[in-house]
Write a protein that binds this ligand. Structure first.
Ligand code: ATP
Ligand code: MG
Length: 189
């Protein structure tokens, strides 16, 4: 990969925010993580290096787990983050990286149906690759490259996305989203 072009805003996004650093993206992930409930499926898409795994670190932190457990799972398709000892009833977090998968059959080999049980929070990177195997009601976010340290996060409609978008900061709240040029958070009031 040599040059990268700025991706257009995700059409139909419910909520959009441009982050100015990996820490900002992780912080948004943490806020989103606090809003997640058992049974939620979070579907993350966007190009290589878009910030999906960075966001997952924040999600895991927001859910009260150690984000250091989260590694870019290049060779590992599924990681599990169990509840902390002091909160044994918290949901299991399942982190899937579908980069190497293609289609529902491949996803079934992962036993995703079992993983996506109502007591589990499932987070999928490269979710579009196994979209047929995922429930319709999912919280879908795109992370697009804008500039070296800037990424556009877009929450797409579906599942509990609208409720979640209402509780996330409006565009401009993360550091220097000022010249976001089209960052148009419609959530929040
Ligand atoms: N605003 C930002 N948000 C997130 N990551 C950023 C940002 N700016 C720079 N980065 C860098 O971009 C990279 C994002 O990598 P990350 O592994 O999170 O992406 P990914 O979408 O999971 O990639 P892959 O598709 O390979 O799994 C990291 O090196 C991170 O430091
Ligand atoms: Mg990743």
């Amino acid at each position: 990969m040599t040059r990268r072009r700025q991706a257009p805003a995700a059409p139909g996004a419910l909520w959009t925010l441009i982050t100015g650093s990996p820490e900002d993206t992780e912080a948004i992930g943490e806020q989103l993580g606090r809003l997640l409930r058992p049974g939620d499926v979070v579907a993350l898409d966007g190009e290589l290096g878009g910030g999906k795994t960075t966001l997952v670190r924040g999600l895991v932190r927001g859910l009260g787990r150690d984000p250091a457990q989260v590694k870019s799972p290049t060779f590992v398709l599924v990681r599990e983050y169990p509840p902390a000892r002091q909160a044994p009833d918290a949901p299991l977090i399942v982190h899937v990286d579908a980069y190497r998968l293609q289609g529902a059959a491949a996803a079934m080999a992962l036993d995703l149906e079992w993983l996506m049980n109502p007591r589990t929070i499932t987070i999928v990177e490269w979710a579009e690759r196994i979209a047929d195997a995922l429930p319709e009601a999912r919280i879908a976010m795109r992370l697009d490259y804008v500039q070296a340290a800037r990424r556009r996060l877009s929450l797409l409609p579906g599942g509990r996305a609208a409720a979640v978008a209402d509780a996330l900061p409006a565009a401009g709240s993360a550091s220097d989203a000022a010249d976001a040029g089209g960052a148009d958070a419609s959530a929040g009031d």
